[in-house]
Design a binder for this molecule. Structure first.
Ligand code: GAR
Length: 199
């Protein structure tokens, strides 16, 4: 059975678009049932609609967390979604939500976790002055940017590199790493069990 996925976004949606292209081309097996957001002004929402995908906006700010998650869960259930893919989704999911989709929520984060979780990870790493940063794809648990790591790519920060240049290079890596990791996950080449190997 091909996986049915929902992609959750909060902003621009460049990672979402990269995934939509892979599903459309068949490089990623599965079907995108819907794209949903907590932010009705997310520019990515329009891009998803232009791509011909069903979109849903559940305004988190006016609804509050409980009503937001209730509406989101009802939507995912109605569309028989198996996997929830976070692509720049900036809200923390409750333990109840996470356990309902245990091992089937994946996130991409623009740092080498556990370094620099949270907002503006690229800026955090750049301002700290680390020499190496990168991208992480991981399963989601109920902590921020936390859960079993599925894949990581490291990137050396160049001498004198601007934040804009680093952001561009990180996004390039993200757009390749996310779909490849999902492909391996869906083919069961990497395990979605929460247990870390050897643990
Ligand atoms: C991406 O860099 C993604 O890794 C990051 O938000 C950006 C969204 O960009 N996610 C997080 O920081 C999650 N904590 P996009 O909307 O263009 O894909």
């Amino acid at each position: 059975m091909k996986p049915r996925v929902a992609i959750l976004i909060s902003g621009k949606g460049t990672n979402m678009l990269a995934l939509l292209r892979c599903f459309a081309e068949g490089t990623l097996p599965g079907e995108v049932a819907l794209v949903a957001t907590d932010n009705p002004d997310a520019p990515g929402l329009m891009k998803a609609a232009e791509f011909g995908v069903k979109t849903f906006a559940f305004p988190y700010r006016s609804m509050g967390r409980e009503a937001f998650e209730e509406a989101l869960r009802a939507c995912l259930t109605a569309h028989e979604v198996d996997w929830v893919l976070l692509a720049g989704f900036m809200k923390i999911l409750t333990p109840e939500f996470v356990s309902a989709y245990s091992g089937r929520i994946v996130n991409i984060h623009p740092s080498l976790l556990p370094a620099f979780p949270g907002l503006d990870a690229i800026g955090q790493a750049w301002r700290y002055g680390v020499k190496i940063t990168g991208v992480t794809v991981h399963l989601v648990d109920d902590q921020v940017d936390h859960g079993k790591i599925l894949a990581q790519r490291a990137l050396r920060i160049r001498e004198g590199e601007t934040l804009e240049s680093l952001e561009a290079r990180i996004h390039e890596v993200e757009h390749r790493l996310y779909w490849r990791t999902l492909r391996d996950l869906f083919k069961k080449k990497i395990s979605s069990s929460e247990r870390r190997s050897g643990a």
